[in-house]
Design a protein around this ligand. Structure first.
Ligand SMILES: CC(=O)SCCNC(=O)CCNC(=O)[C@H](O)C(C)(C)COP(=O)(O)OP(=O)(O)OC[C@H]1O[C@@H](n2cnc3c(N)ncnc32)[C@H](O)[C@@H]1OP(=O)(O)O
Ligand SMILES: CC(C)C(=O)C(=O)O
Ligand SMILES: [Mg+2]
Length: 662
């Protein structure tokens, strides 16, 4: 890259070595937090917040638990001024909360600030001027003494006006652009300000060190902070505060190492909103402490509401990768991560662990209001059997046998790969159902009766090639007897190799699920049955598995690859797919396609679409409070009456009755 010679390091190391902080490896108590969302965050927005928006944001900050809030720069605009007056005059500041206002060290601005803050129960007046080499030379064109004088004059005026103004005031001073300032000179200016204010134990002053433009590695900042911690005048009466920005992307590290170096207080914003790359993100800082067992004294347990309010009021976006808050930060798509998470969750349950140790999840997503089923494991082409199994288990109560997991995993990820889409849990289940529960079959077994005579005798009614007949088999159990009857009927040989069953833990808890695996010519075929009667469930599973055996499959038509692709396409585009779309996508004429679907699946295109839409609607009715009208619309029906009629016809109850059904 060209032009790097144009740049050089612009920070200053302290005049002595300050590395005591490096011996500490963790933070054991939270700092005092000060939100600067309504000032530094607000001044960086394309469209600063209106009065009402600032009031709502203020309430959000109170709900999160902030006790110190910089509410604005009241001399900046009428909105800022009015906001402050509204808070004070309408008694909107809780007793345990201190507001803070910012002012430049300029007489008329300080005076206007005091007018705005009159009557505040308790306020911090925060005055600043830039002390950096660049601003001394280029902006103020003043030498070090003259710049120090701006700070000292400002400090004197604060002291004078605080005495003359009704209210309770604490003073704060920031040497702006601190990181571009010689450290001993910055200290000299801050100490000169403290000489004016003469803070006491009862009335401490705040010295705030901003990385106005972050220009150094975090350990440099920590050393600068430690130097201040050692040499500040009257240190015990001073609150040492930090105000990190994020230009180099290390705002959080600046704050964390700065706390190790002696800082007592941190100024920052939610999600790191602020000038340029933003201020330090207080959520990340607080949650980092939380994740190591320290109570941060801020409450982010309702993260999605916080995100929603923040996005609406600031018109900024929370990145899907935003630590602890983004949409995808607890999500694993990749197979090995999913596998480890699923195993970690089971371990946790089995061992009744108190401490959170689940791999790949730094915290329990539930602690910030997230869900395991829709937030953590999500399925796409990078997923594996562990993840697919987790979804089937969590969302549908299906606990696949170990030996079946791999086949189902590959089947599902292949659909995602071909569709280039993420599969939601319903879609995963649809694929599973389509392949293992209801695949189109060559034969069915509609009825079975059993007798005990030298083992079990099964009399089964088999429907095959257009006719029904009764077949008989003997075995050492009912399933074995039915299996032998089928073998005999088709004159084939296979091994009934796997059988597992369990009761369904989701949906209808009175049902059981059975898994049957048969081996024929060294190939394994699986089937699954679900029924209130476990024997029926296991026969259904057997029938599905045997139907897949090549010799039997070839004896009649069955669901072919293209039909599966067509139904998957319908599933992915159920909201508005038409026969025209399908015809274009699969290069088949409409009449041919209609006939093909009907012949291969036994259902018309319209029936398949209806079934998919109704399944989606059922899932939404159960998992959300969305109105029936909106659900109807979101599954593709503009007319809710029409939707209700179809639903009732299909499930014998209205959508509302279905929703209310226990
Ligand atoms: C790093 C930070 O985030 S600092 C906070 C920055 N935030 C803001 O500035 C937002 C609100 N600010 C404003 O609305 C306006 O700047 C106002 C109303 C406060 C002042 O407006 P104006 O006086 O019209 O203009 P402006 O801010 O450009 O002032 C520039 C003058 O102030 C001086 N100045 C700027 N900051 C300071 C300071 N902290 N102390 C003393 N003088 C200062 C400049 O040197 C310049 O002086 P000059 O007129 O002699 O050239
Ligand atoms: C006013 C000061 C503290 C500031 O916002 C900064 O320097 O970033
Ligand atoms: Mg700032």
């Amino acid at each position: 890259m060209k032009n790097y010679q144009k740049y050089e390091r612009t920070y200053f190391m302290p005049p002595e070595e300050c590395y005591d902080w490096a011996r500490k490896d963790h933070i054991d108590a939270p700092p005092a937090w000060c939100s600067v969302d309504l000032r530094d965050g607000n001044q960086a927005l394309i469209e600063p917040m209106s009065l009402d928006e600032k009031i709502e944001f203020f309430q959000l900050l109170l709900d999160v638990g902030f006790k110190e809030i910089e509410v604005g720069f009241p001399a900046a605009s009428e909105t800022e001024y009015q906001f402050l007056r509204t808070l004070i005059e309408q008694n909107m500041i809780p007793d345990d909360v201190t507001i803070q206002v910012l002012t430049q060290a300029r007489e008329h601005i300080i005076r206007r600030t005091f007018e705005a803050v009159k009557g505040a129960p308790h306020a911090v007046i925060h005055v600043y001027n830039s002390t950096s080499v660049a601003q001394r030379e280029q902006v103020f064109k003043k030498n070090k003494e003259e710049i120090k004088k701006i700070a000292v004059d400002g400090a004197k005026l604060l002291k004078k006006l605080a005495k003359e103004t009704e209210g309770n005031f604490t003073f704060q001073y920031s040497p702006e652009s601190f990181q571009g300032t010689e450290v001993d000179y910055a200290l000299e200016v801050c100490n000169a300000v403290l000489e004016v204010w003469k803070p006491t134990k009862e009335n401490k002053a705040i010295i705030n060190l901003p990385t106005t433009v972050e220009n150094a590695m975090p350990h440099v900042f920590a050393s600068q902070v430690e130097y201040f911690d050692r040499h500040l005048y009257n240190r015990e009466n001073v609150i040492l505060s930090l105000h990190p920005h994020n230009d180099r992307g290390s705002g959080v590290s600046d704050a964390e190492l700065g706390i190790l170096a002696g800082a007592d207080r941190i100024e920052g914003t939610l999600f790191g909103n602020g000038e340029r790359t933003g201020n330090v993100d207080i959520i990340t800082l607080a949650m980092n402490m939380f994740s190591q067992g320290v109570d941060p004294k801020l409450d982010f347990s309702n993260m999605s509401d916080i995100c929603e309010t923040y996005e609406r009021l600031t018109r900024m976006k929370v990145s899907p990768r935003q630590p602890y808050a983004g949409e995808l930060v607890f999500t694993a798509f990749s197979g090995s991560h999913q596998d480890a998470i699923a195993k970690g969750m089971s371990w946790r349950e089995e061992k009744e662990c108190d401490i959170w140790t689940v791999p790949y999840l730094p915290i329990d997503p539930k602690d910030v209001g997230r869900r395991y089923d829709s937030d953590v494991i999500r399925i796409n082409s990078q997923s594996g059997k562990g993840g697919v199994n987790y979804i089937l288990k969590q969302s549908f109560g299906i606990s696949l046998p170990e030996k079946m997991k791999e086949e189902v995993g590959y089947l599902v990820k292949d659909v995602s790969d071909k569709a280039h889409k993420e599969l939601d849990p319903d879609w995963v289940y649809h694929i599973f159902e389509d392949h293992y529960i209801n695949p189109k079959s060559v034969f069915t077994v509609d009825e079975c009766h059993y007798k005990q005579e030298d083992g079990i005798v099964a009399e089964a009614t088999i429907h095959h090639a257009g006719s029904s007949r009764t077949i008989t088999g003997v075995g050492n159990g009912r399933l074995d007897a039915v299996s032998n009857a089928i073998k005999h009927y088709f004159d084939i040989s296979y091994e009934l190799a796997f059988y597992e069953e369990h009761s369904l833990t989701k949906g209808s808890s009175s049902k059981a699920v059975a898994y049957v695996g048969v081996i024929c010519n060294k190939k394994k075929y699986w089937g699954v049955g679900i029924d209130a009667d476990i024997i029926k469930a296991s026969v259904e599973a057997l029938v599905v598995a045997v139907n897949k055996i090549e010799e039997i499959k070839n004896s009649d038509t069955c669901k072919d690859e293209r039909l599966l692709e067509i139904t998957n396409y319908i599933y992915a585009n159920y909201k508005d797919v038409t026969l025209d779309d399908l015809s274009e996508k699969f290069f088949l004429s409409k009449p041919y396609l209609s006939k093909y679907i009907k012949e291969k699946s036994g259902m018309t295109f319209g029936d398949i679409l209806k079934t998919v839409r109704m399944k989606k609607a059922r899932a939404m009715l159960k998992s959300s409070n969305t109105t029936v009208e909106s659900i109807a619309e979101s599954v593709g029906y503009q007319n809710v009456e029409h939707f209700n009629r179809i639903f009732k016809k299909m499930y014998n109850m209205t959508p509302v009755q279905f929703r209310n059904k226990k």
